[in-house]
Design a protein around this ligand. Structure first.
Ligand code: CO
Length: 169
C-alpha cells in the first residue's frame, strides 16, 4: 500500500484514452490498492488510473456517499463502459483531484447503466442513479481523456466558492 503522486493539469496522460486492462494480476491489484489509499488520502470520491500516471482503464468510485440509509461502498470498475444513459439530467458541482481548487457546474445523466469487470476479470453490470451516477460518469470520462472543466456550464472562482461554502480554514 502506498500513496501515489496525483497527476495534475496540464499533463498529456489526462487527455489521452487509457489502455484496456488485459492482465488481472497482482500488479493490477497493487495499483488498485494504492489508488484507493491515494483517493482516501486526497479526500476524493473517485480516482482513475491515469490520475496516478497509469494509462489503464481502471477507476475506483465511492458509492452511496449522499445516501442516508445505505452504507458507503467502494467499487472498482475495470474496463468500464457506460452502455446506457438516462435522458433526464441534473446539474451539480464537481471538482477533480487533478484540477486542484477548481469547481464547476456539470450537467450529467441522472442514471447510467455500466458494464465492467472486477479486479479478477469477472464481468458485471450495474445501474447507478443520482450522485453515484455522476461520480461514475466523471471517473469514466478520465479514461477517455475528458476532464470535467470541458463540460462545465459554469466555473466558480475561489471567491465565489468561499461565498457559497464559507471560508476555507
Ligand atoms: Co477527476
Amino acid at each position: 500500500m502506498a500513496i501515489l503522486n496525483v497527476v495534475t493539469e496540464p499533463a498529456d496522460i489526462l487527455l489521452a484514452t487509457a489502455k484496456p486492462v488485459t492482465k488481472f494480476d497482482t500488479t493490477l491489484h497493487k495499483l488498485l490498492d494504492d489508488m484507493y489509499d491515494t483517493m482516501v488520502e486526497s479526500e476524493g470520491v473517485g480516482i482513475a488510473a491515469p490520475q496516478v500516471n497509469e494509462s489503464l482503464q481502471a477507476v475506483i468510485v465511492l458509492m452511496n456517499i449522499d445516501a442516508e440509509e445505505a452504507e458507503e461502498e467502494v467499487l472498482e470498475l475495470i474496463n468500464p463502459e457506460i452502455v446506457e444513459y438516462s435522458t433526464d439530467t441534473n446539474v451539480d458541482l464537481e471538482g477533480c483531484l487533478s484540477i486542484p481548487e477548481q469547481f464547476g457546474d456539470v450537467e450529467r445523466a441522472n442514471g447510467v447503466r455500466v458494464e465492467f469487470e472486477d479486479r479478477f476479470g469477472k464481468t458485471y453490470k450495474l445501474e447507478a442513479i443520482g450522485y453515484d451516477a455522476r461520480v461514475i460518469q466523471h471517473e469514466i470520462d478520465h479514461l477517455h481523456g475528458v476532464l470535467f472543466t470541458t463540460k462545465a456550464s459554469k466555473m466558480y472562482t475561489p471567491e465565489e466558492m468561499a461565498d457559497m461554502f464559507g471560508e476555507e480554514e
